[in-house]
Design a binder for this molecule. Structure first.
Ligand code: NAD
Length: 269
């Protein structure tokens, strides 16, 4: 994908854009011409650094603090975006985390935190974006759609994950959330799409790649035999947000080097 689709004059909001995949997505959307809101929860310096990278390459961005699981924060974040950019064309629901433990040891607090941020956060942000898309409608010289929502899911929307039950449940929930709002919003010319990353090299899964032994073990799950990079997901997100993907809605695109091909069955069964 060398030819970057144009997102010129469009404004985008990427949640959790100060790190990892969100940062990769924000950089890719900005490279395609979008103005980008860099949402962060706690690390303002990291968010400012992403803004600086974008502006240094001639793009436009600013950082907004908000906890996506808090309704007031989300509303205030959208108000700041509308005050600066007037509207929203692209929402990337990326913020997410893990709180891992054996199922029988999992606290209610860790269950609630993961569901609140990974799933409820997508609900709160998508609702604000959809209201604005419907109010404004299609702007023909910007995009064929009235708006695009990209939901960062995971291969764990389909692969069960022992020891990570709250995380897998949140991603399974995102799948049905994404499809249901895609069905409801399509008549308004709003597209909703999921991205299901496999193993992407970010802080969330550092222990799975930061030693040669861990990386070798991880690669047994990836037929294509390399770990993904945030830029891989960034390019996909920029394309999905563009009119080149105008007929795609209500489905998850897995970008996983074949992790969802059940590689354990390649020579067994
Ligand atoms: P990361 O830890 O680098 O980034 C997570 C981001 O979410 C950070 O920017 C963090 O600040 C933000 N965040 C956490 N809680 C927040 C909150 N309450 N409000 C706002 N932002 C919050 O990890 P990542 O790998 O870049 O993860 C990004 C997304 O990709 C997550 O949804 C994750 O589940 C998904 N994902 C990652 C992988 C992978 O292999 N890295 C695979 C599949 C899916």
């Amino acid at each position: 994908m060398n030819q970057i689709p144009s997102l010129k004059d469009q404004s985008a909001l990427v949640t959790g854009a100060d790190s990892g995949i969100g940062k990769g997505v924000a950089l890719a959307l900005a490279a395609a011409g979008a103005k980008v809101v860099i949402n962060y929860a706690h690390n303002q310096a990291a968010a400012d650094d992403v803004v600086a990278q974008i502006t240094a390459s001639g793009g436009e961005a600013f950082a907004v603090q908000a906890d996506v699981s808090h309704e007031d924060d989300v509303k205030a974040m959208f108000a700041q975006m509308f005050a600066r950019y007037g509207t929203i064309d692209i929402l990337v629901n990326n913020a997410g985390l893990q709180k891992d433990s054996k199922f029988i040891d999992m606290s209610l607090a860790d269950w609630n935190t993961v569901i609140s941020i990974n799933l409820t956060g997508q609900f709160l942000c998508s609702r604000e974006a959809a209201k604005e898309f419907i109010r404004r409608g299609v702007v023909e010289d910007r995009s064929m759609a009235a708006g695009k929502i990209i939901c960062m899911s995971s291969v764990h929307e389909v692969i069960p994950w022992a020891g990570h039950v709250n995380y897998a449940a949140s991603k399974g929930g995102i799948s049905m959330f994404m499809k249901s709002i895609a069905q409801e919003l399509a008549p308004h010319k709003i597209r909703v799409v999921g991205i299901g990353p496999g193993a992407i090299q970010t802080p969330i899964n550092k222990s799975a790649w930061d030693t040669p032994e861990a990386l070798d073990k991880l690669l047994t799950l990836i037929p294509y035999n390399r770990i993904g990079k945030p830029a891989d997901i960034g390019q996909l997100a920029a394309w999905l947000a563009s009119d080149q993907a105008d007929y795609i809605t209500g489905t998850t695109i897995f970008m996983d080097g074949g992790m969802t091909l059940y590689p354990g069955f390649a020579d067994n069964g």
